[in-house]
Design a protein around this ligand. Sequence first.
Ligand code: GUN
Length: 282
Amino acid sequence: MILLDGKSVSKKRNLELKDKIKDAINLYKRAPKLAIILVGNNPASLSYVKGKKKACELVGIINEMHHLDENVSELDLKALIVNLNQDDTVDGILLQLPIPKHLDEDLLIDLISKDKDADGFHVVNQGYLYQKKKTIYPATPKGIMTLLDTYDINVKGMNAVIIGRSNIVGFPVARLLMDQGATITVCHSKTKDVGFHTRNADIVVVAAGRPHMLTKDMVREGAVVIDVGVNRVDGKLIGDADFEDLREICSYITPVPGGVGPMTIHSLLENTFELYMNHVKK
Ligand code: GUN
């Protein structure tokens, strides 16, 4: 078994990105800027946002935090997004999800200018992705594809099973794997027998949010396992894949933590830099 070490891959790539950003700052006389909007105090979101902020600082991206009260009105949040859209010093905007139920997530995501959409969640950018056109890709799927590429894992002709159908991970990663020549199956909460599908998979991407749901009996020998799950159980972070169980039989596997998570953050930095380059060249 070979560990897909997202932590070290992202560290190396972040340093390369830092150099690119330094050169760009010399040329364009300003640093890239990412505005991060966090609503409320969801502990997981607080921790993710802290990680994103730290990563920005490491590579030279200015981060502007907007930490709003849990009860902020939709009107106020809309006004903030419109302001950030108009602010010429801001290159990327990120609205940390989930947001409280009284706020319309789809409406707010689509209010972010598609040219500042650091997450690649805007309906237009997702439309470009589904039409196989160049655009900003959602960070987790992009990070997974970079990790596979770094380890020379060519998915052409593979059977890929994705567990989870979200707009953030499952659906876009299915699209990207298909673009690379994989045959895809998307399983979800209504799938009758997930194991029936995963047992025939050459690569399994699990993004179900269910601790250790993917076990040895569900995966065939030599398969690649990509674990997107981040579950806090008894104060410990564990994935959707039962790592100890699976490590004996799979060819490659991502650990949790240290696998997909750092690659997601790296991709967010790459997206912000790409938006900045589009912005300064306009
Ligand atoms: N919540 C969980 N994952 C993500 C992500 O990639 N971006 C944002 N904005 N929120 C998230």
